[in-house]
Ligand binder design. Structure first.
Ligand SMILES: NC(=O)C1=CN([C@@H]2O[C@H](COP(=O)(O)OP(=O)(O)OC[C@H]3O[C@@H](n4cnc5c(N)ncnc54)[C@H](OP(=O)(O)O)[C@@H]3O)[C@@H](O)[C@H]2O)C=CC1
Ligand SMILES: N[C@@H](CC=O)C(=O)O
Ligand code: NA
Length: 426
C-alpha cells in the first residue's frame, strides 16, 4: 500500500468540521478511492484550547509554522475564509511546494490569477471547487469537461443564503431578518453576512466562473453587484400576481463588445427552471457552442455539501500526487477581454413607485419614461392609501443609463412620493 498522504486543515468551522467528518467516514476506503490513506496531521485554528467534541485535540495548533515547515504535509486545505492570513498562508504553502485546496472565493476572486501562477511555478495543484456553488461540480466541468467549447453565457443562483431568505419570504411570508438568522444558524451565511445579502459573495463566484469560462481574468471589482436588502414583501406579492419569482441571479455573457458580468435580483417567470430552485440550492446554466445548454444544480452551502466539494479536491490532488502530475491544470486565462460598464447593459425593469393619487400622474410618469427612451409594456395601479397609491411599471428592454436618467427625474417630481423598488425583469 502507498504511504499515507498527510494533509493540514486550516480552519475547523462549518466547512472544516464537515471535511474532518467526511474524511473520517471514508478513511477505510481511501486507499481504494484515492490510492493511499489520507491522514490529517495538523488543524490550524484561532483558538487551539477551545473544546471541539469528536476532534483529536493533539492535531490542533494555532501556529502556521508547525504546518508550513513540516515536510510531511503535502496538501494544505484552507477553510478559514477572508483575505488575510489566508493569502499569505496559501502563498507560503505553494512556495514550499505544497498543494492547496481552498473554498475561499473572496481570495480567489481577487488574487486567483497570481496564486494560480505561483502554483504553476511550483508544479502544485491549487483546487477550489467549493469556492463556487458549494457542492455543485462547476469549476472542474468548466476547466475540463467543457474545455472544447466556446462558452458564451453563464447564469445562475450562486448564493445559498439569499436564495434561502427569498424562499422563506416567498413561501412562508417570513421577515427578512428572521430568515437571515435561520440561514446563519444553518451554517449557510458568511462570517459577515453582508457579503451574502449585498450580492458580494455571488459577485465573487461570478468573477471566478467568468474568468474560467471566457479565458480572460475578471476580478471581483469588475462585477456589478446589487443585493436583496431592498426587496420588500410587497415586491414579492406583485411578482406572485404576475406569475413570477424574485431571485438573486448572477449573469455573465461574452459579447463582441466585451464581457458582461453582474449580480442583481431579477423577476423570472414561474415557468423558468431557476424559479423552482429554492432554499439553499444553487443552479448554474451554461451555454457553449458545442454543448448547447446545460444546467448544474445542487446544494450551494452548508457543512456536508461544501465538505463534499473540498473532499473531492483533496482526493483529486492525492491522485495527482501519486501519479507525479500535480500542477497539470493551472490558470486557463489566455485572453485580455474588456469588461463592459453596467451603464451599457440592457434589461427590462419592474419599477414600483408611491405616487400622489390624482389625475395626470400616470401621464406624468409615462411622459418622463418616454422622453428618456424607456417604453412601457405593463402598468398596474393599486387603490389609494392616505392620498398615495402604488404604481408599478414594467418596461420594455432598455439601456441601464436611460433608466437611471429617468429615475433621477422621477425622484425630483412632487407627484412621485417615493421610488420603492427597481428590479430587473428576465
Ligand atoms: N459555510 C458555507 O456553506 C460555505 C463556506 N465557504 C467558504 O469556506 C470558508 C470557511 O467557511 P466557514 O467554515 O463557514 O467559516 P467558519 O467561520 O465557520 O470557520 C472558520 C474557521 O477558521 C478558523 N480561523 C479563522 N481565522 C483564522 C486565523 N486567522 N487563524 C487560524 N484559524 C482561523 C476558525 O478558528 P476558530 O474555530 O478557532 O474560531 C474556524 O475554525 C470560507 O472561505 C467560506 O467563504 C464556501 C462554500 C460554502
Ligand atoms: N455564504 C455562501 C456559502 C457558500 O458559498 C452562500 O450562502 O452561498
Ligand atoms: Na462547486
Amino acid at each position: 500500500m502507498n504511504k499515507p498522504i498527510r494533509i493540514a486543515l486550516l480552519g475547523l468551522g462549518t466547512v472544516g468540521g464537515g471535511v474532518y467528518k467526511l474524511l473520517s467516514m471514508r478513511a477505510q476506503e481511501m486507499p481504494q478511492i484515492a490510492g493511499a490513506p489520507i491522514e490529517i496531521s495538523h488543524i490550524l485554528v484561532r483558538n487551539a484550547n477551545k473544546e471541539r467534541p469528536g476532534v483529536d485535540a493533539a492535531l490542533l495548533t494555532d501556529n502556521w509554522q508547525d504546518i508550513v515547515s513540516d515536510p510531511e504535509v503535502s496538501i494544505v486545505v484552507e477553510l478559514m475564509g477572508g483575505m488575510e492570513p489566508a493569502h499569505t498562508y496559501i502563498s507560503e504553502a505553494l512556495a514550499a511546494g505544497k498543494n492547496v485546496v481552498t473554498a475561499n472565493k473572496d481570495l480567489m476572486a481577487v488574487h486567483g490569477g497570481e496564486l494560480l501562477d505561483l502554483a504553476e511555478q511550483h508544479h502544485c495543484d491549487l483546487q477550489f471547487e467549493a469556492a463556487v456553488a458549494g457542492a455543485i461540480p462547476i469549476i472542474r466541468p468548466l476547466k475540463q469537461c467543457l474545455a472544447g467549447n466556446e462558452i458564451s453565457e453563464i447564469m445562475g443562483i450562486v448564493n445559498g443564503t439569499t436564495n434561502y431568505i427569498l424562499t422563506r419570504m416567498t413561501q412562508d411570508g417570513m421577515e427578512f431578518d428572521d430568515a437571515l438568522a435561520m440561514a446563519t444558524e444553518l451554517g449557510y451565511a458568511e462570517a459577515d453576512p453582508t457579503a451574502d445579502i449585498e450580492g458580494y459573495d455571488a459577485g465573487r463566484k461570478m468573477a471566478i466562473m467568468a474568468s474560467i469560462a471566457f479565458h480572460s481574468r475578471v476580478t471581483f471589482e469588475q462585477v456589478y453587484t446589487e443585493g436583496i436588502t431592498n426587496i420588500h414583501a410587497t415586491d414579492i406579492r406583485y411578482a406572485k400576481e404576475m406569475g413570477k419569482a424574485i431571485k438573486l441571479l448572477g449573469v455573465a455573457c461574452n459579447t463582441p463588445e466585451g464581457i458582461e458580468v453582474r449580480v442583481h435580483p431579477m423577476l423570472i417567470p414561474d415557468s423558468h427552471p431557476l424559479a423552482t430552485v429554492n432554499d439553499a440550492f444553487n443552479a448554474v446554466f451554461v451555454h457553449g457552442d458545442a454543448l448547447d445548454d446545460a444546467m448544474f444544480m445542487g446544494r450551494g452551502a452548508g457543512e456536508m455539501p461544501t465538505a463534499s466539494a473540498v473532499t473531492g479536491d483533496i482526493i483529486d490532488t492525492a491522485r495527482n500526487l501519486l501519479m507525479g502530475c500535480t500542477g497539470r491544470i493551472g490558470c486557463t486565462c489566455y485572453k485580455e477581454l474588456p469588461v463592459k460598464a453596467i451603464d451599457d447593459i440592457k434589461s427590462k425593469y419592474f419599477i414600483r413607485l408611491r405616487v400622489e393619487d390624482r389625475p395626470g400622474v400616470l401621464a406624468g410618469v409615462s411622459g418622463v419614461l418616454g422622453n428618456n427612451g424607456v417604453s412601457i409594456s405593463q402598468v398596474i395601479q393599486k387603490a389609494s392609501k392616505g392620498g398615495s397609491s402604488d404604481l408599478v411599471v414594467i418596461t420594455d428592454t432598455v439601456r441601464e443609463r436611460h433608466i437611471r436618467d429617468a429615475l433621477t427625474i422621477l425622484r425630483s417630481m412632487s407627484m412621485v412620493r417615493d421610488i420603492a423598488s427597481v428590479i430587473r425583469v428576465y
